[in-house]
Design a protein around this ligand. Structure first.
Ligand SMILES: C[S@@+](CC[C@H](N)C(=O)[O-])C[C@H]1O[C@@H](n2cnc3c(N)ncnc32)[C@H](O)[C@@H]1O
Length: 282
């Protein structure tokens, strides 16, 4: 077992030092299409082939994986994401909190919320849940994601079931162009901001706040020991180099007001840590 692991590590180091990154990116995409390899091996190789990109440019590293539907993106498929029964407990909690905090602002979620926008919506399964179960009077539900395949598959599925949800393929760093002239009652961004470094994530929060009508809701990675609101800078998570941010500070910097928040520390709900921030404009 140990021999096998060190062989794998040695192979990966040799490949990285002998083959230029541009060629390894092509190999990562190619590996992902090899049906004869099991999912775990495809995922491991496509990530490991370009792992050094995370040291050069963390934003580009995550964008490369997601935009090519590589590694963890492969688990985002219609059959296992759409439907109430597939909604993860941590996300149910997020939407319950959102409902509660809107109500505390005298907003009736089922009647008063007309427009919803989701950043990093993948196939659109959360928007669909919101359309059917939470904001049943909403007439505009839109989302963007960098994963073109998820957007394509989700759009086909949603069209087939008669949903009014609209999905677009876009990078959240280019949101200003997508949102120009628009304002949404509710904007959600769950499990997404962690794929940008602190400066870029701060800019996204600022943009989103300027296009929020009533509430902007985030679910991010919780720092296991320190309340995220106390972090003086973002911290990379060891396992996948995604970032643990202080979203509270980003909202304050953008001039927003924190209406409510939840920090769960090291506690995990279906494999997710809990760090929710609900903001309004001042
Ligand atoms: C962990 S998934 C979360 C999906 C969904 N929001 C949820 O909570 O279940 C992260 C999503 O963010 C998207 N994403 C990552 N980087 C992005 C970027 N720069 N712009 C837009 N979407 C991005 C991915 O393609 C993926 O669909």
């Amino acid at each position: 077992m140990v021999k096998n692991a060190s062989f794998k590590n040695a192979t990966k180091e040799i490949v990285r030092s002998c083959i230029p990154l541009a060629a390894r990116k092509q190999m990562a995409v190619w590996v992902n299409h090899q049906g004869w390899l099991d999912h775990h091996r495809r995922s491991w190789w496509s990530q490991e082939l370009v792992r050094d990109l995370s040291d050069i440019n963390i934003n580009e590293y995550h964008k490369f994986l997601w935009s090519n539907h590589l590694s963890y993106a492969a688990t985002y498929e219609i059959a296992c994401r759409f439907g109430r029964e597939n909604m993860k407990q941590s996300r149910r909690l997020f939407f319950e909190d959102l409902n509660k905090h809107l109500t505390s602002l005298s907003v009736n979620p089922g009647k008063d919320v007309r427009s919803v926008f989701e950043v990093g919506c993948s196939l659109g399964y959360q928007l669909r849940y919101l359309e059917t179960d939470v904001f049943s009077s909403a007439t505009t539900l839109e989302g963007i994601d960098i994963d073109a395949r998820a957007i394509h598959d989700g759009t086909e599925y949603l069209r087939g079931i008669g949903s009014t949800i609209r999905l677009h393929c876009a990078d959240m760093e280019e949101l200003e162009g997508v949102l120009e002239g628009k304002r949404f009652d509710v904007i959600i961004c769950s499990g997404v901001l962690m794929y940008l470094d602190e400066d870029a994530a701060t800019r996204v929060v600022d943009t989103l706040l300027r296009h929020t009508g009533v509430m902007l809701a985030f679910a991010g990675l919780a720092h296991p020991y320190i309340d995220n609101a106390q972090l003086s800078r973002s911290v990379p998570r060891d396992s996948d180099k995604s970032l643990i941010h202080n979203i509270d500070a980003m909202i304050n910097k953008a001039g927003g007001r924190i209406a409510a928040r939840r920090w769960g520390g090291s506690e995990q709900v279906d494999g997710h840590t809990i760090y929710f921030v609900f903001a309004t404009t001042r």
